[in-house]
Structure formats: structure tokens, C-alpha cells
Design a protein around this ligand. Structure first.
Ligand code: SF4
Length: 465
């Protein structure tokens, strides 16, 4: 049984993709540090499967270079990324672990367009000395920024946690046998892995990062990079809702609390928050993976929907929201996948919507059965959702799709809070299994390859952009 902390699910990083940017970045960092004192004079990186097909649009090559240069996605100043990469390009030399040698990303990072057995997102690093191969390592970017290394066993913390959870029914059993609530069970597991103070601080940092991402999104206009010429819309939407210009988060709070909003306006706020995050994501801005980067707008927009527009019932509601959302994502990772290359967009937007639905239901005072029911409903109505990003960029349909995931989460939560889960015919574990069955039978064109759906029908216009 795998132990997944909520901080494995929620990770501060850089857009646009968790599996195609964050994963290769972490793999490159790991490979670089594994080289130690080794002498070498050449490096070659090969990307396979979905990583090669949509890797360019998802900035996988840039991420690899930044990882090799030992920048961390959590702390790199995102406004410096362009300059760092330009400098590397113009120097045509790289220094890795005290070895300096010629490097040309166009030549040494190879998008193979081939499949490799193991995982559709495979990346291989090789180093040479005097043309002789001296070390090679293969990594799999398995979704949500998680990376595994071929032939290496993962650490398992199972003995440390009081409530091991593999699926929804085990979570239910723990709640029924103990006198604890759903968020207390998850809290007990998290605080068995790290001190309470650290858990609280990390959650606060996640929330403040999400707020900053939204603030950036609603204040930066213009066109997104990548060649599709997609116009950023969250700023326009923000300005149509709030007539007051904002510079800080406090300004934004004042603007929102300045009046009572009707249903339609609240709906627009939710879309505005979701698009703000995913426009930042598409522009290689700082975001929180939740559970992936392409779907990173759903959780913050539903959380802010609660924060600004719902009655607050608990002192520690933000904490509870993150705990429940993170645990639900881990149920999907254990029972199905968080990787669009394995399961299409149901694994990204579908899972983020299920996370948000359950978390919202929890802070709205729902029972644990209603929490699980809300997650089940949200996923039920994302089953079969394909991944077909136009031009391999995380822009269309991704940015708008986050607004849909958020609204479905809110609807799912409202449905669950209105009915008795005892009458529900489908449980969360069944919908997770169904998602995985659907993933396995989904045509590979719809699994983050940009070879099917909208990507297929619109791709011909791209060279003109
Ligand atoms: S279509 Fe969905 S899964 Fe595919 S890149 Fe966009 S958000 Fe991610």
C-alpha cells in the first residue's frame, strides 16, 4: 500500500504541466544530483511517448534544462526563466556537477516520437565521457508531478501512519470505527509524517501561493505564449466584475466584499479565479499542482468560492479543505491514475473536480458520506473526458475546462448536501474503478498526444499563428 501525503498532491511549482514540465524537471534534478563526482563531457536526454508528442508545447525541454542547472520549480523566480534559458542557448555550454561542456538543447534533448514500454511518459538521461556511455537512468513521469525511476523501489512510510487508506471503503471503515471525523483521520496521518506546526505552515503556504497566482492572473493581460495567440481573459472578466483596480490581495478582498453578488456574478467569479490560475499556468507562472497543473484552477476557484461567498462554519476550514481534497486525489491515484497520458482529462479535470466537491462538502458541514458522495458525483460526470490540447499547449480546451470542473464540483457538492447518501446507487470506489476501466479502453489519441479531438481538427491552422 502506497502512502501519499497531501503535500505529494499539492506541490508548488511552475506551469504548464505537472507530468510534462514538473515531472521531467524533477527527473533532471534527480539525475544531476545522482552524478556526484563523475567526470563526463556530454549529456543526452531522450523523451518518449506522450512526453515526446506534447512535450514541446508543455515545456518539457525547458524544464529539463532548468532541472539540470539545479533550479528548483518551487523557488525559481518565474520572471527569470526566459533569460536563464536564453543565456544557456547563447553560451552553448552547460555546467553540471562541475563538468562544463558543449550543450545545444535542440540537439541534445531528443523528442523521439516513439513509445517505450513502462509508461507513456518516459524520459532517459545518458552521460558520456570521450564518446563512451558511462551512466544512464530512465524515469517515468507518472502524473501530477510524481516521478519514478526504473528499477528503483519507492520508499514506503506505511508503518508510520495510524490509518492506512487504499480506497474509499477503508477510509469509511476508519471513520466508523474511530470517533474521528474525515478531516481528523487525514490530519492524524499527515501529522504522523511531519510535525503539526509544519503541516499547518505548509497548508498556509499553499493557500497564499494560490492567492498570489490568482492575483497575478487577474492583473496580467495580453496574449499567452506558444503561438496559438490565446488572449488572456481573466483580467477582462475581473474588470467587468470589479470596477476597482487592484494591486494587492487586500484590494481584491475589499473589491469582492464591497457588495452582494447575484448567482450569475458568483458564477463569473468562479470562472475568473479558475482561468486566472490556468492562464498563469500556461505562461509558465507559479502555481500549485492540484492534482495536476492543467487542472490547477479547480481547487483554488472552489476554495475561493467558499471563502468569499459561503457561510464559514469552522475555524480551521481552509485546513480541512486541503486535507480532504488531498486525500481524495490520493484515492484516485491509488485506484486509477492522475496522468492524462494514461487516462485522458478525466484523470486531471475529473479528479480535481472530485477533490473540490468533497472538500467543499466537508467545509459546508456535510457528513463523511456526503463528502464521498459529492466526489463520486463530480467524477461520474467527467467519465470518458478526453485530453486533446490544441498544438500540445495547455491552453485550449484546458483553461476553460477548469471553469467547468469548478462549477461541476459546486453542483456535485450541493446535490450531495441535499440528499441522503444511503439512497445513492454508485459509490466512490465504483466510480474510481469505472474511471480506470474507461482509461484503459480509451484510444491513445485522446491521452495527451495532441493527435485526436480538437487537437486533430485545429492543428492545421497552427503554423500560421
Ligand atoms: S485537456 Fe485536460 S488533461 Fe489534457 S492537457 Fe488540458 S487540462 Fe490537461
Amino acid at each position: 500500500m502506497e502512502v501519499i501525503s497531501i503535500f505529494d498532491i499539492f506541490k508548488i511549482g511552475v506551469g504548464p504541466s505537472s507530468s510534462h514540465t514538473l515531472g521531467p524537471w524533477r527527473a533532471a534534478q534527480n539525475f544531476s544530483s545522482s552524478l556526484g563526482n563523475l567526470n563526463f563531457d556530454k549529456i543526452e536526454i531522450r523523451l518518449y511517448g506522450s512526453l515526446s508528442k506534447t512535450g514541446k508545447g508543455h515545456a518539457a525541454g525547458k524544464a529539463v534544462q532548468l532541472g539540470l542547472l539545479d533550479y528548483d520549480p518551487e523557488t525559481i523566480p518565474t520572471d527569470k526563466i526566459h533569460d536563464i534559458l536564453e543565456e544557456l542557448k547563447s553560451k552553448r555550454k552547460i555546467t553540471i556537477q562541475n563538468n562544463t561542456f558543449s550543450f545545444d538543447a535542440e540537439k541534445h534533448i531528443v523528442f523521439t516520437n516513439k513509445k517505450k514500454p513502462g509508461h507513456p511518459n518516459t524520459i532517459k538521461f545518458k552521460v558520456y565521457l570521450k564518446r563512451k556511455l558511462i551512466k544512464e537512468t530512465t524515469y517515468y513521469s507518472v502524473g501530477g508531478g510524481f516521478v519514478t525511476q526504473k528499477g528503483k523501489k519507492q520508499k514506503n512510510n506505511i508503518k508510520k501512519i495510524p490509518f492506512p487508506i487504499q480506497n474509499g471503503s477503508e477510509l469509511k471503515n476508519h471513520i466508523e470505527k474511530s470517533s474521528l471525523s474525515i478531516s481528523e483521520i487525514i490530519w492524524a496521518n499527515e501529522t504522523a509524517l511531519r510535525p503539526k506546526k509544519e503541516v499547518k505552515e505548509k497548508i498556509e503556504l499553499l493557500f497564499s501561493t494560490m492567492k498570489n497566482t490568482i492575483l497575478n492572473g487577474v492583473t496580467i493581460g495580453g496574449v499567452l505564449p506558444g503561438g496559438l495567440n490565446v488572449v488572456r481573459r481573466s483580467k477582462v472578466l475581473f474588470e467587468s466584475l470589479s470596477k476597482t483596480p487592484v494591486k494587492t490581495w487586500e484590494d481584491l478582498e475589499i473589491a469582492i466584499y464591497s457588495k452582494t453578488w447575484d448567482f450569475n456574478e458568483i458564477n463569473q467569479w468562479v470562472s475568473c479565479f479558475a482561468m486566472a490560475v490556468n492562464e498563469e499556468n500556461a505562461a509558465m507562472g507559479r502555481i500549485v499542482t492540484a492534482p495536476t497543473n492543467g487542472a490547477a484552477g479547480v481547487i483554488p476557484s472552489v476554495l475561493l468560492y467558499y471563502y468569499f461567498f459561503c457561510k464559514h462554519q469552522f475555524e480551521n476550514d481552509i485546513e480541512r479543505f486541503f486535507l480532504v481534497a488531498g486525500e481524495i486525489a490520493s484515492l484516485f491515484k491509488k485506484g486509477a491514475t492522475l496522468s492524462a497520458a494514461m487516462g485522458g482529462c478525466q484523470a486531471e479535470i475529473g479528479v480535481s473536480s472530485a477533490m473540490a466537491a468533497g472538500a467543499l462538502t466537508n467545509v459546508m458541514g456535510g457528513t463523511y458520506e456526503q463528502v464521498l458522495m459529492a466526489s463520486e458525483i463530480a467524477m461520474e460526470h467527467h467519465l470518458g473526458l478526453t485530453c486533446d490540447p490544441i498544438g500540445g499547449l495547455v491552453q485550449i480546451p484546458c483553461i476553460e475546462r477548469n471553469t467547468m470542473g469548478a462549477i461541476k464540483a459546486i453542483t456535485a457538492s450541493n446535490l450531495a448536501l441535499s440528499f441522503d447518501p444511503a439512497n445513492s446507487k454508485v459509490d466512490l470506489d465504483t466510480v474510481i474503478k469505472t474511471m480506470w476501466d474507461t482509461a484503459k479502453s480509451m484510444d491513445s489519441r485522446y491521452k495527451e498526444t495532441a493527435e485526436g479531438g480538437l487537437a486533430f481538427n485545429i492543428s492545421v491552422t497552427l503554423p500560421e499563428c
